[in-house]
Design a protein around this ligand. Structure first.
Ligand SMILES: [Zn+2]
Length: 180
């Protein structure tokens, strides 16, 4: 598929978001394709329709799992589809004009321990969290949007770090931590 076609597909996928029922453990998404267009810190990029209705595309999940890997140790971890759904919803809200940047996805315990700001029991070590930036957008708006999903869905931890947003599919929680 050419880049041009892929981008058209992405733009076509940026339809309006259906209302999400409160208190559900999963997003009840319309029966159509869901897209993610993501980039990691190594500059690698994946743009895929990873889900159609209730069916996840195994090959697409494998590509995303590789992209979300621990770059320091070059090791891939679990990439729960629910986390991908959450990221897809956030990306959809902001339009598919640029890739969502994953500045930290899966972390091995060693990598997590090497980061001064990381929680010792971080959900990144279970692949259940991602630190994200939406290029070209006010990052506070991205955080606020994630927070709204969290409130509405009754789960998701959201952390605001000043220049990026931490999103996880753990219990509902929110915190603010400004890093220098
Ligand atoms: Zn994080």
């Amino acid at each position: 598929m050419t880049q041009a076609l892929r981008r058209r597909g992405l733009l076509g996928a940026a339809a309006s978001l259906a209302a999400l029922p409160a208190g559900r453990a999963r997003a009840d998404l319309p029966d159509r394709q869901r897209w993610l267009w993501v980039q990691n810190n190594a500059g690698e990029e994946v743009a895929v329709a990873y889900r159609t209705g209730q069916d996840y595309n195994i090959q697409a999940l494998a590509r995303l799992q590789h992209l979300f890997r621990d770059l320091r140790e070059n090791l891939a971890g679990p990439t729960p589809p629910l986390l991908l759904d959450m990221l897809s919803l956030i990306q959809e809200r902001f339009g598919y004009t640029r890739p969502l940047r994953v500045i930290s996805g899966y972390r091995t315990p060693a990598t997590n321990a090497s980061l001064p700001f990381a929680a010792p029991n971080s959900l990144h070590m279970r692949g259940m969290a991602a630190d994200i930036v939406m290029p070209g957008m006010a990052q506070a708006d991205v955080c606020n949007q994630a927070m709204q999903f969290s409130q509405h869905l009754g789960f998701m931890g959201i952390g605001w770090y000043g220049s990026f947003t931490h999103v996880d599919i753990g219990p509902k929680a929110s915190w603010t931590r400004m890093l220098n």
